[in-house]
Design a protein around this ligand. Structure first.
Ligand SMILES: Nc1ncnc2c1ncn2[C@@H]1O[C@H](COP(=O)(O)OP(=O)(O)OP(=O)(O)O)[C@@H](O)[C@H]1O
Ligand SMILES: Cc1ncsc1CCO
Ligand SMILES: [Mg+2]
Length: 271
């Protein structure tokens, strides 16, 4: 599996997949730059009047709940349904689900209307998406009692999608098979949008392969390994601002060799 994932870096740079993203106004620029850095082509349009035509041109669609409102939700439904009817992969980032009833209700409604090939969130968000009780404050994750691998596997079965649970340990599962990735750096939690960018990267990889599981592993591991590389390159007086720039640098330099040398897929569990 490692080799088929490593080959995706070349593919994405050759094919430059168009990744349509209906996302939040906090991290939209970071997501566009992360998509470009990995070799994709981002387009962030969100008008309900335009998304049907735009997504029809796209290789993947990313729907991010960060700053949802009635207009963006209408656009997400139109774009999601259009993508489903054209076999364009759709990726969900359920930002902040669980923080307010509005977010949780709207995510559940969208899950009924749109089929998602991959869903990526932190542990709190994924847990709340499957009806768990943990109370989240804002968009950051809280400690859970089950492992990210267990959570990803049960969410994959319940939601019939590939689930990526990010955190200190990242887990990817389709319900039958679970991959655990032990990369990352704590600075990734001190810069906004690293989760959103990881979801954008997953979107770019799904645009060049039918193996959405491999695309999910490639996307999340690229973010985690890039976090390690960005931290290694910090100088004495650098802080989180420089880290953010170094992170985009690392994504843009990521390739087969760097990935193969850096990735720590510590477990592959058949459930
Ligand atoms: N404690 C940690 N140590 C190392 N890496 C981490 C840690 N927590 C998260 N990461 C890494 O940070 C990246 C983003 O994951 P995270 O779970 O923080 O997303 P998120 O909460 O959705 O972020 P955001 O909402 O800010 O976009 C992933 O690559 C993940 O592996
Ligand atoms: C901080 C924040 N608030 C809404 S979306 C977002 C970006 C990270 O999820
Ligand atoms: Mg997030």
């Amino acid at each position: 599996m490692k080799l088929s994932i490593a080959d995706l870096f070349e593919k994405v740079r050759e094919r430059k997949p168009l990744v349509h993203q209906i996302t939040n106004f906090v991290t939209v620029n970071d997501c566009a730059n992360a998509t470009l850095a990995i070799g994709g082509s981002p387009v962030m349009t969100s008008s309900p009047k335009e998304v049907k035509d735009m997504v029809s041109l796209a290789d993947a669609l990313v729907l991010n709940f960060g700053t949802i409102d009635e207009r963006s939700l209408e656009a997400m439904e139109i774009a999601g349904r259009t993508a489903n009817s054209r076999n364009i992969p759709v990726i969900l980032d359920p930002v902040g689900v669980g923080a307010t009833p509005y977010r949780t209700e709207k995510a559940n409604e969208l899950l009924k209307k749109v089929s998602f090939q991959v869903i990526r969130g932190n542990a709190s968000e994924i847990q709340r998406l499957i009806g768990g009780e943990i109370v989240t404050r804002g968009v950051d994750s809280e400690e859970l009692e089950i492992s990210n691998a267990e959570l990803a596997a049960s969410a994959a079965n319940l939601l019939d999608s590939i689930i990526v649970v990010s955190g200190a340990i990242d887990a990817v599962s389709n319900g039958k098979h679970t991959t655990v990735i032990d990369n990352g750096n704590i600075l990734l939690t001190n810069v906004t949008g690293t989760g959103c960018m990881a979801t954008a990267l997953i979107g770019a990889f799904t645009g060049v392969t039918d193996d959405y599981y491999a695309a999910a592993v490639a996307g999340i591991s690229t973010m985690s390994i890039s976090g390690e590389l960005a931290a290694e390159n910090l100088q004495q007086n650098d802080g989180t601002g420089t880290f953010r720039v170094r992170l985009i640098d690392a994504i843009s330099r990521m390739n087969k060799e760097l990935w193969m040398n850096g990735v720590k897929i510590s477990e592959e569990i058949a459930n």
